[in-house]
Design a protein around this ligand. Structure first.
Ligand code: HEM
Length: 464
């Protein structure tokens, strides 16, 4: 009898499951939607997406083609794996393909964070951002500070076992804090660091504001960080001293010189700079060290380039703009690292109206996941795509190729491209000219949804 009841329960369970799945498919069976499956009510296919990531995407593409629908992270979503269409989507914000980042991110980074603003406000915030971190600023003002900081950050590592993930994360955070407000390692940094890490966690969590949730912690962290900066801003206003950093530029009373941002906008802009330059720069730096470790020929090529630069300098001389511009192989290593590791798997957009795409209709309010990972392994663009081959980037036409989207495209093209590349180049300069390194153990690396080493990557460092 017990066996029979259990059997019926299993059959009943299976029937309910298949009815729920069917119901969810029927709900989204509007005319002309792209093909695909919607999974479970509410949860959709989030588990498959997060657990199997690239393999889930590839298997759905095999069944439905380059443009298919799904339901992930609480939203009906279209996944686009067509490189030309991806470019079109990024280039056409004006036609209603607007940023579609998660609510948690928008809430925690603030309503004036650049991903949350559109149209003329986006232009204003982006203009203010470029005035602070654009190539001219990097060349004329930021480079010496970056050099000074990274040089000291990498001092005295010989004989140590370091976690290169920790080291590069700290570097990316500290370099932004130094450029923004002259904040160096010390008490203020030690207070800020854990709050910033909570903020980052919170931006990719479910937006449930209950004590104990990552969202709640992230939001509290935002409050603490913005109040620390508010205090610094007030101190700056109370003195006539010049500090020559980004805060100084933002607080200029000269109406022509500053972009006339409100204090709330200034705080969100500061958070955006710290947040945007954090994971991109740290992960690329970490992965470059890992790939160079595994590819001695590339490491030798890089060392040759940097020793050639050092040959003409005394030990205290910093790296300047001309040195940086001569680092062709370094740039190639950085781009190859971005490609191979796929530091950015994809970008999120949202439709602000019904959109026609490849004969399908994407309804208003749906998300579009501009999935770029597969393009990075396209054998036509990158022969032998799974081998680390920086030399391929010495052919500059690759950087200007239509399908080159490592820094995004269109009106949202990364404004920190040059700054990020300079930071990583200077980091590599001091690391490869001072040290050799060896991996200790085989630490696990996760590549999706973000590139990270859950237990860090330990390296034994010795003098070169
Ligand atoms: C290797 C380093 C970097 C990579 C690979 C990278 C990549 C990207 C990509 C792909 C986008 C497009 C996002 C989208 O379209 O939704 C973007 C946007 C952005 N990046 Fe970067 N980034 C890097 C470094 C930096 C740095 C150092 C900063 C600033 C300190 C920065 C600030 C920004 C900002 C503010 C945006 C948004 C622009 C807008 O919405 O108008 N990035 N980045």
């Amino acid at each position: 009898m017990g066996v029979l009841v259990a059997f019926f329960m299993v059959v009943l369970g299976l029937c309910i499951c298949s009815l729920l799945l069917k119901w969810n498919e029927v709900r989204y069976m509007k005319k002309n939607l792209p093909p695909g499956t919607m999974g479970w009510p509410l949860f959709g296919e989030t588990t498959e997406f997060l657990k199997h990531g690239p393999n889930f995407m590839k298997s759905q593409r095999a069944r439905y083609g380059n443009l298919y629908k799904t339901h992930i992270l609480g939203c009906p979503t279209v996944i686009c794996m067509d490189p030309d269409l991806n470019r079109y989507i990024l280039m056409n914000e004006g036609k209603g393909l607007i940023p579609g980042y998660p609510q948690s991110m928008l809430d925690i980074l603030g309503k004036y964070n650049i991903a949350a603003v559109l149209g003329s406000l986006h232009k204003t915030m982006r203009g203010a951002m470029l005035a602070l971190i654009g190539p001219t600023m990097v060349r004329d003002h930021l480079m010496p500070k970056i050099d000074e900081f990274i040089r000291s950050h990498l001092n005295h590592l010989e004989g140590e076992i370091i976690d290169i993930q920790d080291k590069t994360k700290e570097m990316a955070l500290l370099v932004s804090l130094k450029l923004i407000g002259g904040i160096e390692s010390g008490l203020l940094f030690e207070t800020l660091k854990p709050e910033f890490y909570k903020l980052v966690e919170g931006t990719i969590s479910l937006p449930i504001d209950l004590p104990g949730t990552s969202y709640h912690h992230g939001f509290q962290a935002r409050k603490k960080i913005t109040s620390m900066f508010t205090k610094i801003i007030n101190e700056r206003r109370a003195t006539s001293n010049a500090f020559g950093d980004m805060l100084d530029a933002l607080l200029k009373t000269d109406e022509i010189a500053r972009a006339k941002l409100t204090d709330e906008q200034i705080l969100d802009l500061i958070l955006t700079i710290i947040y945007s330059g954090y994971e991109t720069v740290s992960t690329t730096s970490m992965m470059a060290i890992k790939y160079l470790h595994d590819n001695p020929k590339a490491l030798q090529g890089l060392r040759d380039e940097h020793f050639e630069i050092r040959k003409w300098k005394s030990p205290e001389d910093p790296i300047d703009w001309n040195d940086y511009k001569s680092m062709n192989f370094t740039r190639a290593v950085i781009y190859e690292t971005l490609r191979m590791a796929t530091v950015i798997n994809g970008l999120l957009r949202k439709t602000s109206q019904d959109m026609d795409m490849k004969g399908y209709v994407i309804p208003k309010g749906w998300k579009i996941y501009v999935y770029m990972r597969e393009s990075n392994y396209d054998p036509f663009l990158y022969p032998e795509p799974f081998s680390f081959n920086p030399w391929r980037w010495l052919d500059k036409s690759l950087e200007s190729h239509q399908r080159f989207l490592l820094f995004g495209g269109g009106s949202r093209l990364c404004p920190g491209k040059e700054l990020g590349t300079v930071e990583i180049s200077i980091f590599l300069h001091y690391f490869v000219t001072k040290y050799r390194w060896e991996e200790v153990g085989k630490d696990k690396l996760v590549k999706f949804p973000r590139v990270e080493a859950p237990n860090g990557i330990r390296m034994r460092v010795s003098n070169y």
